[in-house]
Design a protein around this ligand. Structure first.
Ligand SMILES: Nc1ncnc2c1ncn2[C@@H]1O[C@H](COP(=O)(O)OP(=O)(O)OP(=O)(O)O)[C@@H](O)[C@H]1O
Ligand SMILES: [Mg+2]
Length: 593
């Protein structure tokens, strides 16, 4: 049953305190049962007063009153125990879910983060674990009570006088039947759509805010806002439609629940008219008038609990679906890297959910100390190929090896030590410049850091910053341009001094002045290293030992610059277009002077 499975799954996150769940459920069940007792004692008192009017046995009334109070106090104490254990359980579960999810996410293939926006990941880890918390802390103590209390009340109501019981229950059954129907299948569908719409809105909001600078530059406010706006509209429409569908049924329910006494009074009059004992019927009616609201409020509560239970289940589903991606398998018997050669052997790769192979049978050998360049039309697969070396993704077929060992057989630590990568969209962390540079190389000495900064042409950036290396990036107006960030990323790569370097459009953000500095820095960085480089400025790679032209996931042409130009194929065409573009830029800049 779903109920069991959600609770069981939540219990799975309670570590060695699994007992908290049954403890909370049992004490809340006992508390609910105790909660009924005072009503029975009050009924006994009422009956005493009504049937033996004039000759009341004072002690028995007093005793009943004490008993009623005792039961009420016990019920509160038990509920307190249920509440404490459910809160303890809730904090543990929330904490453990977060810890486990973060632990898994850290081990995800790096490519996983391409397809999952940080907004979505944040929402799932923060908000969904919070949903399980509020369910466990606040609804769990009422869960067994919400079953026990209505059942006990129904039994009670029928045992005392089934005719009066029928009179007050029949309308309630109608009212709750309507509610149950409304909260049934249709609502479950809605819950899922609602959660999806919320998630959608959250991730569009993050994307929108993140995109604001780009949007401003290109004056495309309306277009970019549209997606965010549409996600809000979708959410609004969904909620409005659902709310409207409740109008009739809820009014019906509210009227019936408030008016149950209307059914009770005629039934009682009928009973007395048919010869029932006036006092007993009145005492029974008194009990029913007390108990029926309890019954309806607990049934209502139990419906909400059902919904929360469903939401908690959905939250766990989402958390688990996010972290269900297989972590990068790590080899148990790692192999050593014996050289710097990189070999792609008939590599096939397809993105999850894609129809075509992004890499479709690529083979090449990049010998140690050489520089190979990947060029080709956009979407050809260059980035994907480059990212397979540091295992952003693993091959579907074939193999990628480094120094004679398949990258899957090299320990992740060793692989990361051997490969430095600088990507197009370098992101610095919001911390000091020093921490940004020594990231991945925490034991670096002051001299090493300075040398790396010097080689990466960063000294000039450093001179401008108020606190030098200890300046906080991203704080108080300390922002670096794209080109400057890339130089910092290069300094990081210099410091790491890995024998293999993967550069994916590492100079893409640079303005002409930065570009020149970056090129110099790159030349220095690549000295004596094995390099795979992707660049859209073809002049950057014309000295490469070999150029691979990648198109539709395959190697369309390969050779050195001269050979490829003579071939008169894709590269030749790209080169001509590039020259035209460069000339056009130079002409345009000349005109500005
Ligand atoms: N994370 C991803 N999920 C699904 N498909 C992807 C993903 N990244 C890229 N692709 C697809 O894989 C193909 C190759 O993309 P890739 O980024 O490797 O091209 P590229 O040659 O680097 O292009 P560009 O020159 O524009 O950077 C494209 O069709 C692209 O749409
Ligand atoms: Mg690319």
């Amino acid at each position: 049953m779903k109920k069991d499975s959600v609770l069981k799954r939540l219990q799975g996150y309670m570590g060695n305190r699994k007992i908290l769940l049954p403890l909370s459920l049992t004490s809340s069940a006992l508390s609910a049962a105790m909660g009924i007792a005072p009503y029975i004692f009050i009924w006994l008192i009422a009956r005493e007063l009504l049937t033996h009017a004039g000759q009341i046995a004072g002690t028995s009334v007093l005793n009943y009153a004490w008993w009623a109070m005792g039961a009420a106090v016990l019920s509160v104490l038990l509920y307190f125990v249920a509440l404490i254990s459910s809160h303890l359980a809730a904090f543990r579960v929330e904490n453990n879910i977060r810890r486990e999810a973060m632990g898994k996410i850290v081990k995800m293939p790096l490519g996983f983060f391409d397809g999952n926006s940080s907004g979505r990941i944040r929402k799932i880890i923060d908000d969904d674990s919070g949903t399980t918390h509020s369910f466990l802390a606040h609804q769990l103590p009422d869960l067994s009570g919400s079953v026990i209390l209505p059942l006990a009340t129904i039994v009670l109501v029928f045992v005392f006088d089934w005719r009066l019981g029928l009179a007050c229950l029949a309308p309630l059954v109608l009212a709750f039947g309507t509610m149950a129907f409304m909260m049934g299948v249709a609502s479950r569908n809605f819950q899922k759509q609602y959660m999806d719409a919320l998630e959608d809105m959250s991730s569009e909001a993050v994307e929108y805010v993140r995109g604001i600078p780009v949007v401003k530059v290109f004056q495309q406010t309306i277009f970019s806002f549209k997606r965010f706006h549409n996600s809000i509209l979708r959410y609004k429409d969904l909620v409005k439609k659902y709310t409207d569908s409740w109008e009739g049924p809820f009014s019906f329910y509210a009227v019936i629940v408030q008016c149950f006494a209307f059914f009770l009074v005629p039934a009682a009059i009928l009973l007395v008219a048919r010869g029932g004992d006036y006092g007993t019927v009145l005492a029974d009616m008194f009990l029913y008038i007390l108990v029926t609201p309890v019954l309806s409020s607990t049934i209502m509560k139990s419906m909400h609990i059902n919904q929360s239970l469903f939401q908690a289940g959905e939250a766990i589903n989402r958390i688990e679906s996010l972290t269900d991606v297989e972590p990068l398998p790590e080899t148990s018997s790692p192999r050593e890297i014996t050289s710097g050669d990189i070999v792609f052997d008939n590599v096939l790769f397809q993105y999850p959910g894609a129809e075509k192979n992004a890499v479709d049978g690529i083979s090449f050998t990049l010998p140690e100390g050489c520089l190979f360049a990947l060029v080709g039309p956009s979407g050809g697969g260059k980035t994907t190929i480059a990212r397979m070396i540091p295992r952003f993704w693993d091959v579907l077929e074939g193999s990628v090896s480094l120094g004679g060992a398949d990258v899957r057989d090299i320990s992740l630590e060793n692989l990361m030590d051997h490969v430095s990568f600088v990507f197009q969209n370098t992101r610095l962390f919001k911390t000091t410049l020093r921490d940004n540079i020594i990231y991945g190389c925490p034991d670096a000495t002051e001299e090493q850091i300075e040398r790396a900064l010097d080689l990466a042409q960063c000294t000039e950036i450093l001179d401008r910053l108020p606190d030098g290396l200890d300046t906080l990036i991203g704080a108080e107006g300390t922002y670096l341009s794209g080109g400057e960030q890339q130089r910092i990323a290069l300094a990081r790569a210099f410091l790491k001094d890995a024998p293999v370097i993967v550069l994916d459009e590492a100079t893409a953000f640079a303005d002409p002045e930065n570009e020149h500095l970056l090129q110099e820095a790159l030349r220095e960085l690549m000295k004596g290293k094995t390099v795979l480089m992707i660049a859209h400025r073809l002049t950057t790679i014309q000295d490469a030992d070999r150029i691979l032209v990648i198109d539709k996931g395959q190697i369309a042409e390969e050779g050195c610059h001269e050979e490829l130009l003579n071939k008169g194929g894709i590269y030749h065409r790209m080169w001509n277009e590039y020259q035209e573009a460069v000339e056009w830029t130079i002409e345009r800049e000349a005109n500005y002077v």
